[in-house]
Design a protein around this ligand. Structure first.
Ligand code: TAP
Length: 487
């Protein structure tokens, strides 16, 4: 790492990653202090220990980062695609080489179990850069419905320019990869703002870029709070805005960008339905439900937060689910045996607590397995609510925590009606042995992703995104290129 200041000696418990006491902004290939000298602290949600202090970017820093990205855009976009690909391949390989360090860092800053950062986040980050590296010299084929080989013609798609990218805290490095890999492959330059509570992996990624020899200004990282994000998306030197986060902030950004030349993609919230039919293999479905809502403590936009179970198998399924939940280990995220880690922040814990309390107050039945939660840090036990009606807040609002709301249905029509009864439209899961039923349900469910007999499965080649209040535009796959090209 090349932080602004000297390293502190790493505590033995996490010798695998050196976290400096403070970090600067990454602008034009260098780390620098914020012009206004402001800083913010980032803490470990599992212990509340301060991990480091990072610069808080203000308007002047946003100007500098956008200007650096603009200067870098000409030469970067003029490089042959095959040359840009070499940088992306290099980044992917360095991420693989440093994956242990980055996984520990992400677990410390975010609170998610090391098993997830090691086995899901980091491999997917590298896979994303590998995948989009492969596209960089094939952009003539990127525009859907148009290719030199199917008889249609027109100019090659062109990059947009400077992309402003704002990401949330639930998958800090993975969301960064989803944003930066396609942008660079298409010839754009970027200014990215990570979330206030998880800035560290983006700063380590800046170091990966330097290690890969990426030209200065192609990737710039501005740490800060919501005001930094707002200044960045409003900046007139920006050509593209890509945002992942809450629907409320997404709506604000859409208003800011309306009427400008900026191209916009929004990946917002969700209230996914995981639908279990009576012919589903129950044990397999239980694993899918657990993965759907307790993976990353349920802080997943596409979480299966509503379980819709066919009435005739409700008792059998819930018994099996409770037995399985009693085996989950909640606690130290750095322990390789931990299944459920810490909630990302005190604010998020308060939000989850308030919504869960509303479930009880509105008459739903609450259950959690017996588990001892650590005294310090932000913790919430895996929770299941039964006797939930569609009117309850816990069935309507995104909780973004380890809280499952169970509803029942009798017929496929009723399942579809209940699943679609939400302003969101990001994800759904269907559990059944009938292939024809899977296809029919996928057709009728208004969700960007429908998983069949699995849940929370991701692949860089597969487009991901929402309908309705879950946003628009796709990330991943060939569709993901369109967000960064003028086609
Ligand atoms: P937000 O509060 O919306 O924050 C997301 C990012 O936007 C953060 O970097 C945040 O900075 C920044 N931000 C806040 N106010 C802003 C403003 N006015 N203008 C520009 N940027 C602003 O969401 P969150 O709490 O971090 O994340 C949880 C939400 O993200 C959930 O609703 C979840 O569903 C959604 N999410 C969606 C997806 C997909 S793919 N659809 C993926 C992950 C998460 P600060 O951190 O400093 O506030």
């Amino acid at each position: 790492m090349s932080p602004l200041f000297e390293y502190a000696p790493a505590p033995e418990s996490r010798a695998v990653v050196d976290i400096a006491p403070s970090y600067g902004l990454f602008v034009d290939g260098e780390f620098r202090e914020a012009a206004g000298g402001r800083v913010l602290k980032t803490v470990s949600p599992a212990t509340e220990e301060v991990l480091s202090e990072v610069a808080h970017a203000g308007d002047e820093d946003v100007d500098a980062a956008v200007a650096a990205a603009r200067r870098a855009f000409g030469p970067w976009s003029a490089l042959p695609g095959a040359e840009r690909a070499k940088y992306l391949f290099r980044i992917a390989r360095i991420v693989q080489e440093r994956s242990r360090e980055l996984a520990v860092l992400e677990t410390l800053d975010n609170g998610k179990p090391i098993r997830e950062t090691r086995d899901a986040d980091l491999p997917l980050v590298a896979a994303h850069f590998f995948y989009y590296a492969g596209w960089a010299d094939k952009l003539a084929h990127a525009a859907l419905g148009r290719s030199p080989h199917n008889g249609t013609s027109g100019p090659d798609p062109r990059p947009l320019g400077v992309a402003a990218q704002v990401i949330p805290w639930n998958f800090p490095l993975l969301m960064l990869a989803w944003k930066i890999a396609p942008a660079l492959a298409c010839g754009n330059t970027v200014v990215l703002k990570p979330a206030e509570t998880t800035p560290l992996s983006a700063l380590f990624f800046a170091d990966v870029c330097r290690q890969a020899g990426l030209p200065p200004g192609v990737v710039n990282i501005l740490t800060g709070d919501g005001s930094t994000g707002a200044a960045l998306v409003a900046h007139e030197g920006v050509d593209k805005v890509a945002f992942t986060g809450s629907t409320a902030v997404g709506k604000q950004i859409a208003r800011t960008v309306a009427g400008t030349r900026k191209k916009l993609t929004l990946e917002l919230g969700g209230k996914g339905a995981n639908i279990v039919f009576d012919d589903a293999p129950i044990d397999q479905a239980v694993e899918g439900i657990v993965n759907g809502i307790y993976f990353n403590q349920g802080q997943v936009c596409c979480a299966g937060s509503r379980l819709l179970v066919q009435e005739s198998v409700q008792d059998e399924l819930l018994d099996a689910l409770r037995r399985r939940l009693a085996t989950l280990r909640v606690g130290d995220p750095l322990d390789k045996n931990t299944d459920v880690g810490a909630i990302n922040s005190a604010e998020q814990l308060a939000r989850i607590t308030e919504l869960a309390d509303s479930g009880e107050a509105e008459g739903a039945e609450r259950w959690s397995p017996a588990c001892e939660l650590p005294e310090r840090g932000y913790w919430f036990a895996p929770t299941v609510f039964t006797n939930v009606t569609q009117a309850h807040r816990i069935a309507r609002e995104e909780i973004f925590g380890p809280v499952l709301s169970v509803l029942t249905f009798r017929t496929p029509d009723e399942a579809v009606a209940k699943a679609n009864n939400t302003p969101y439209g990001l994800s759904a899961g269907v559990w059944t042995e009938k292939g024809s039923r899977i296809l029919a349900m996928a057709d009728r469910l208004r969700a960007g992703v429908v998983w069949a007999n699995t849940f929370n499965k991701f692949d860089p080649a597969s487009p991901f995104g929402g309908y309705r209040e879950s946003g628009f535009g796709r990330e991943g796959g060939r569709h993901g290129l369109e967000a960064y090209l003028d086609v």
